[in-house]
Design a binder for this molecule. Sequence first.
Ligand code: FRU
Length: 486
Amino acid sequence: MTMSKITEAEKYIKIKQEEVKDAYYRNYFHFMPRTGWMNDPNGFVFYNGEYHIFYQYHPFSPEWGPMYWGHAKSKDLVHWQHLPIAMAPDQSYDLNGCFSGSALSEDDKLILMYTGHRHIDGDINKEYRQTQCIAESTDGITFTKDEKNPVIKNPPDFADQNNFRDPKLWKDNDLWYVAVGSRDMNNKGQILLYESKDLYRWSFKSVLAKETGHQMNMWECPDFFKLGGNDVLIVSRQPYNSNTGQHDTVYCVGEFDKSKSQLAFSEFEKLDFGFDFYAPQTIIDQQGRRILIAWMQMWGDDIPSKVEGWAGALTIPRILTVKGKNIYSNPAPELELLRKKEIKYNGVHISGEVILEGFEGDVYELVVEFENKTAKRFGLKVRIGRGEETVFTYYPDNKKLIFDRNLSGIGPKGINSIFVDENEEGRLFLHVFVDKSSVEAFVNQGEKVLTGRIYPSKESKGICFFSDGKTLIREAKIYELKRVFE
Ligand code: FRU
């Protein structure tokens, strides 16, 4: 009997993961593949009392390839257990990849809806087609692809016939709905909405939302949900031409018009203003919290961890809330389970560069509350050493916060900035998570987030606060964090 593709991959991973596991850039607390390449999170779901996450996975090398669905589960969103691969590209309709999709828990079943990606004759030099497919499980570990696959064979005529992917599935009363990424014939991104009574026979309902500007792109990885009484759409935008655009992930807070099955919205805003954030998935958990996890990497970037045999990670889980038309993202409180020792300072006046005793490391959580007095620029540097530093600088006069990774280490560089106000008392808050090859900064209780992969040398563990005038640190706390991925 020939080995199944999943068994073959698992065998390979068992051997390879031993070579990968002690490499320096391996994260301590951010989810990552055992070995090989990962991109989008898929099928984030709460099933039988546990969180499950799947992901786009190519186990055989740290490069993108025919996609498998990797799989892991967790009781608390922090400690994850790797499970066997859930799906391999082994059917005529998904031969070149089981692309992204979503999951739903229904009675005792775990249902996956994903995109079957295949090139004509299986030849990657020929055109490709994408269809929507179903797989099910009753034990949450082994999945059976449905005999009726593909359940949506092609998009409507007015849509690009090649790019049609990343179904987001949900159920409302007794009807099933799916939102699928697409673009029209003029390369404007759009989201297609389908409806079904039985999960297998689908009818096209509407264009849920569509690009109205001049940008040419493909809208992929849609998510559509209610938040604080609003209807929220998240899309990841793949530029039509990589020379003229960059991938990004945006949201809009709008209102779903049931009679037209269309989302009325005015503006898109970024969900994360850093460098490495794409294809997020959200769920609502039993406590009614909307939790988001995204791919913490970016298409087209240099990825130094490839040398170690792996690539790609997920962000920490973030809780979404909405204020007006803005989404706030904050770290899930479960992350406090990672905390070890706390070191805390209150009322430290800084002028020039200040190092606080005990503040150092390459895996930690840092919380700081600044109150500016006279400075034109002040901020925080992390991963300092050997000429390296990763810098967050605030300019109070123009309310600008800059995230600078030009000197972070090897790998991609760049500067990103956001506009944020100090609060009424003139205070600015940063809540920063540093892992071996990443930094995530939550600003002003989640008003904005900046995420970036950084690849400093292992000696670069310094932290300092700086001000070119007088700035008060009202409070600064640092927690060393536990390693959960061995
Ligand atoms: C987004 C994406 C999806 C697709 C998957 C393929 O990052 O391009 O649209 O399903 O990755 O791996």
